[in-house]
Design a protein around this ligand. Structure first.
Ligand code: HEC
Ligand code: HEC
Length: 396
């Protein structure tokens, strides 16, 4: 035993502190001596072990450690480099490969008066292009277009309304669209890509327009070409990062359909409901502004007014408790027709009083048979139980 301690003693240069501790302990005499000696045995074995590690550490590891560390730094730098290259390549890929849509078609649309007339109906009462592309007057109920501004653009959608950026509806009178060919307009309306190849954020519901009958789109193009030109300059839209990058992947080629026969009421209603973009406002959206498809038409999307009041879209699924399942066709049509411009002058609304962003006054111009078809279709969608408080006033 002593020999082992001596053994350690001989290594004392390496680890003097612990050895000193042992020496102090071994100076003790009397009945506790044996116990201490046993303890020392364990400690000694432990120290031998520890010392071996130290030797390995000093002789072998220290010089190698530098080499190992150098290697690790090299590998780490490679990984960072590769990740960086991948990110940059992804960035470049999205920027160059998207928007991934076909070139604008060669078109020359006949601007016949029938086309213009049908386009006027669609653009004002169904696809409601003229709602966004005018200056809406929210001092009146449902924000009707300010007379004299129809088509000049300027409607602003920004972060305060839950949009990931600032988007302005453009001037679509001949002043604004003179450098567009008909084919470029068709591509813009149906796939959201401008004539200079920029992807638009789908505030404008182009993904829905892309499913319309090309004949209907041609009618709309003929109509906007016939509008009185208004010289208004609209600021460029700007999406926030990273939506500015993601949004390039949103435009897709249109998937045109043929307008169903009005006799097939549900199919025709489905076509009109798609063209009117009802689903966009009447469905809750995620933080990127994309609607949650499984909650379609269930309502509950919030639209704050600048004064702090909030209007929330209604549940228009056929749920009988919380939706419009109990509404008769007549009640549905009348809900729209009460705002028919022939019967109704938009009421003045003070801040805090009930107002809606739903363009009631524009939809009110829809033909009764078209409203009935929309009703028939909505009665076939999946019922969703979601009770909505439609308005919260900023005024107590
Ligand atoms: C919900 C609002 C909304 C509706 C409805 C809407 N738009 Fe737009 N529109 C916009 C916004 C916002 C932009 C600009 C988007 C951007 O710059 O990213 C735009 C851009 C355009 C442009 C591009 C003009 C340019 O100078 O680049 C045209 C043309 C256009 N819309 C036509 C239409 C037509 C036709 C319809 C109906 C079929 C329509 N819009 C319906 C909001 C709307
Ligand atoms: C720009 C957004 C927007 C669009 C587009 C829109 N709505 Fe609405 N809608 C609302 C909001 C918000 C409300 C709740 C406030 C109100 O009654 O106006 C509402 C209410 C309604 C109501 C009343 C329900 C009730 O319980 O009183 C019906 C019916 C309705 N919408 C049907 C439609 C249909 C059909 C379309 C498409 C043709 C449509 N909406 C398009 C925003 C919109």
């Amino acid at each position: 035993m002593n020999g082992k301690i001596k053994g350690i003693k001989s290594q004392s240069k390496i680890f003097p502190y612990k050895l000193k501790k042992i020496q102090i302990k071994s100076k003790q005499t009397g009945p506790t001596k044996r116990f201490i000696s046993e303890k020392n045995l364990f400690e000694s074995i432990f120290y031998v072990f520890e010392i071996q590690i130290l030797i390995i550490f000093y002789i072998f590891l220290i010089p190698n450690l530098l080499r190992i560390m150098k290697k690790a730094i090299k590998i780490f730098a490679w990984i960072i480099g590769i990740v960086l290259i991948l990110v940059l390549a992804g960035f470049a890929y999205i920027t160059m490969a998207f928007p991934n849509v076909s070139p604008a078609p060669e078109l020359s649309i006949d601007y016949s008066s029938e086309r213009i007339e049908r386009g006027k109906y669609l653009a004002n009462h169904v696809t409601v292009c003229m709602d966004c592309h005018s200056v809406r007057d929210f001092s009146k109920f449902s924000g009707p277009p300010t007379p004299g501004t129809v088509g000049q653009g300027g409607d602003r959608f920004d972060q305060s309304m839950g949009f990931p950026g600032v988007f302005y509806a453009k001037n679509i009178t001949p002043y604004g669209i003179s450098d567009y060919t008909d084919g470029e307009l068709y591509r813009l309306i149906t796939s959201g890509v401008t004539h200079d190849g920029r992807a638009m954020f789908p505030v404008m519901p182009y993904l829905y327009y892309g499913k319309m009958d090309p004949e209907d789109i041609y009618d709309i193009i003929a109509y906007i070409r016939s509008l009185p030109s208004i010289a208004s300059e609209i600021p460029e839209s700007e999406a926030d990062f990273p939506v500015s990058l993601i949004l390039k992947t949103i435009p897709v080629d249109p998937e045109p359909t043929q307008k169903p026969d009005p006799g097939d009421q549900v199919a025709y209603g489905k076509y009109l409901t798609n063209a009117s973009g009802c689903i966009e406002c009447h469905t809750q959206a995620d933080p990127q502004g994309m609607i949650k498809k499984d909650l379609a038409f269930g309502g509950g999307r919030n639209f704050p007014f600048p004064d702090g009041s909030m209007v929330t879209s209604a549940n228009i699924t056929p749920d009988s408790e919380t939706g419009i399942g109990n509404w008769s066709e007549q009640a549905f049509v009348e809900r729209f027709k009460q705002y028919d411009p022939n019967r109704y002058t938009p009421a003045t609304v003070s801040p805090g009083e009930f107002n809606s962003i739903m363009p009631w006054v524009m939809y009110a111009g829809m033909k009764e048979e078209d409203l009935k078809a929309i009703y028939a279709y909505l009665q076939t969608v999946k019922p969703i139980s979601n009770s909505v408080i439609k308005f919260t006033s900023s005024v107590e």
